[in-house]
Design a protein around this ligand. Structure first.
Ligand code: ZN
Ligand code: FE
Length: 244
């Protein structure tokens, strides 16, 4: 469990082969983010005696939503998901877009619309706790594939992350960190921060430890997708990664 600012706790739940789902807890209020598989999350909730009142989805891919129904059935949780995914995520209770008012345990949650990986992709940003649930927009030293959008859209979405405070803790949807570090090194072999971080994440992964959360500050030093200065450089790097 990671204790954040404001008494906010984030519990990372490894699911499927390399996904992370998250349980957010504050003052007894509980949210589940991107439940791509129900059992490990329900087990974790039971072990900690937590009852989620809401589920937050970042996008419609099944590895982020397949556990929605089981958790709704078990706990009566309210499903909050992107408005643009209304036709393709079943059972949405509240659909949200940028600017939609949303609070969790009296803390504001800001919705960022971040298309590119999918058209409807959103991130959930908690400015007081300085954490963001970023789904498949950004990973540690990586970013999602442009499945539905253009590389330019993905680049623009990443600029929204870049504008957040440096200390923002980023909780992303997958443990791709080690492979991403290796790719980043192929682009910036002389980046000393990257060389150092690669060693650290290698140790973490050798010991089967998660490398998440990351921070915006670390990403700005080592994530070649975030470091791309314009959309065309970004598109080049994205294309290289697709064939790496
Ligand atoms: Zn996805
Ligand atoms: Fe995913």
């Amino acid at each position: 469990m990671n204790e954040q600012l404001n008494g906010t706790n984030v519990i990372l739940v490894p699911i499927l082969s390399d996904n992370y789902s998250y349980i957010l807890e504050k003052n007894g209020d509980v949210a589940v983010i991107d439940p791509g598989q129900p059992e490990p999350i329900i087990n974790e909730l039971k072990n900690r005696d937590l009852t989620p009142s809401i589920i937050l989805n970042t996008h419609h891919h099944s590895d982020h939503i397949a556990g929605n129904k089981a958790i709704m059935d078990q706990y009566g949780a309210t499903l909050i998901a992107p408005e643009k995914d209304f036709h393709r995520i079943p059972d949405i209770d509240i659909s949200v877009k940028e600017g939609s008012p949303l609070t969790f345990s009296s803390e504001k949650i800001q919705i960022l619309e971040t298309p590119g990986h999918t058209n409807g992709h959103i991130c959930y940003y908690l400015p007081e706790s300085k954490i963001i649930f970023a789904g498949d927009l950004i990973f540690a030293m990586g970013c999602g594939r442009a499945f539905e959008g253009t590389p330019e859209e993905l680049f623009n979405s990443l600029q929204k992350i870049k504008a957040l405070p440096l200390e923002t803790q980023i909780y992303c949807g997958h443990e791709y960190t080690l492979a991403n570090a290796e790719f980043c090194l192929s682009i910036e072999p002389d980046n000393v921060d990257l060389i150092a971080r690669h060693k650290i994440v290698k140790q973490y992964r050798d010991n089967n430890l998660p490398t998440i959360p990351t921070t915006l500050e670390e990403e700005l030093k080592t994530n070649v997708f975030l470091r791309a200065e314009n959309a065309s450089t970004f598109a080049d790097i994205r294309a290289k990664k697709d064939n790496f």
